[in-house]
Design a protein around this ligand. Structure first.
Ligand code: EPZ
Length: 433
């Protein structure tokens, strides 16, 4: 568990890591070639290790150099074609091996991920996209069993939008598969997230022909084969945003270095609206000192609605809620990607926040109340981050239990926060047997 003593203003500089959500599909893209793929700026995270274990299970050779944040992955001539429930259960990102395996070998068997605490997370768009490329897909005893009659996928015109808009994972999976399909694939309703663009850049480095990255229409010209390359992962915009919000909540000067402020435009716009002073420059965002609780010059209640990029990221919704607990007045949070992603609410209530669920997807924050430390339970990665942030400003001590979630997405968060002046330490968790 993490034990946080509230009331210390953060000051200093924190370096941004490589993006977890960009690295996961990029690692899976190594299956598209037999040549080595070297990836740099790899975050040292539980989820990064998990995808590497899965790739090893499929027969890839993986050379880990976490000291230099670099990984080299080399897929075998004939990768094994199965990722089992044990792996997929631990991380839904495992489903990224489906498209590349199918495109390279003509067959794949990957366990079907179930729902998770942030809500239903179907993969129907991934499967539909692969079928449109000519794959035969069946669900068999909890597995996706896919094969390609004739051995090679065929380019197609595919619409990938779902009821919540575009899908990051489906776009990544279909884009990877289409790189080795015969002919041209057009993806309409493609996700525009920087992580998808980064994957596309890596695939281009491997020899793929892709146009339209960052737009909702991708055109991919299939090639005979791909080769290896060296690729540096983009900075983690969600990690960066979390530390920026930490600076804002404690009213301190926190400089997040090595990030891309352009990937966080909507967060910065909302922070500005909320009265948080900050500066941005080439590769950094720095919050400025202020008193968040000052009635005139402090935080202002500010609504957000999560949407696909460039909208407000769902992965910063919980942290925004923590921030808004300090802003006097009412702020409305609308979650359009995962309408049930509010597991942090009952825990924030335990710290004294005044929060209410409205109709599906909407939460009301009545901000400006005093927060006081208490034991709380983390339910998912971003909820954990929100609880740590709230602990930084709550009076007394907050114990965040089941904090293993946070290690999936934040590199050594307690060290980084301590270096900024937080009083936080990791202890063994009596709640985790
Ligand atoms: C990615 O998940 C991220 N994960 C998530 O980050 C992030 O919250 C999410 O994108 C949205 O930005 C990784 O990159 C590994 P989606 P993904 O497909 O790809 C629906 C974190 O905390 N949908 O873009 O699974 C879906 O239910 C994690 O780091 C379908 O209906 O998300 C959701 O409502 C959590 N059918 C919406 O689309 C499908 O086949 C967007 O999901 C796929 C998705």
């Amino acid at each position: 568990m993490l034990v946080v003593e509230g009331g210390h203003t953060l000051e200093g500089t924190v370096a941004c890591s490589g993006s977890k959500n960009a690295f996961l599909p990029i690692a899976a893209a190594a299956l598209l070639t037999t040549e080595p793929l070297k990836v740099t700026r790899v975050p040292d995270l539980a989820d990064a290790n998990l995808i590497l274990n899965i790739l090893e299970g499929l027969g890839c050779e993986v050379h880990r150099d976490f000291e230099n944040s670099s990984i080299t992955i080399q897929a075998p001539e004939e990768p094994l074609g199965e990722a089992g429930w044990e792996d997929v259960r631990k991380m839904r990102g495992s489903v990224y091996v489906l498209g590349p395996l199918l495109a390279r070998t003509g067959a794949a068997k990957v366990s079907l991920p179930g729902g998770c605490v942030i809500g239903q997370r179907p993969i129907d768009l991934h499967l539909r996209g692969l079928e449109e490329l000519g794959a035969k897909v069946e669900i068999d005893h909890g597995h996706v069993v896919a094969s390609v009659p004739g051995g090679r996928l065929t380019g197609a015109h595919i619409y990938l939008g779902g009821s919540s808009g575009s899908s990051v994972g489906a776009t990544a999976n279909i884009m990877m598969a289409a790189c080795l399909a015969d002919g041209e694939t057009i993806i309409e309703g493609a996700a525009c997230e920087p992580e998808v663009v980064d994957l596309g850049r890596c695939l281009i480095g491997m020899g793929a022909t892709i146009e339209g990255l960052g737009s909702p229409r991708l055109s991919i010209q299939g090639v005979e084969q791909l080769g290896g390359c060296e690729h540096e992962v983009i900075p983690d915009r969600i990690e960066a945003g979390t530390y920026v919000i930490a600076g804002a909540m404690t009213g301190g000067r926190v400089k997040v270095e090595g990030c891309d402020p352009g990937h966080l435009s909507v967060l910065l716009a909302r922070l500005h609206q909320a009265g948080v002073p900050f500066e941005i420059g080439d590769g950094f965002i720095e919050t400025q000192s202020f008193n968040p609780r000052d009635p005139q010059e402090g935080l202002r209640a500010t609504d957000v609605t999560t949407l696909p990029y460039p909208g407000f990221p769902t992965d910063l919704q919980a942290q925004w809620m923590a921030l808004m607990t300090l802003a006097p007045g009412i702020s409305v949070i609308t979650e359009k990607i995962y309408p049930d992603r509010y597991m942090h609410m009952p825990e924030l209530l335990r710290l004294g926040a005044d929060l209410r669920r409205q109709n599906a997807g909407t939460a009301i924050v009545v901000g400006g109340k005093r927060l006081s430390g208490a034991p709380v339970t983390a339910s998912d990665l971003r909820a954990s981050a929100a609880l740590v942030l709230a602990g930084l400003v709550a009076e007394g001590v907050t114990e965040v239990h089941r904090v293993y979630h946070i290690d999936r997405g934040y590199e050594r968060i307690e060290d980084r926060l301590s270096a900024l002046g937080a009083v936080i330490r990791r202890e063994s968790d009596p709640w985790v047997g």
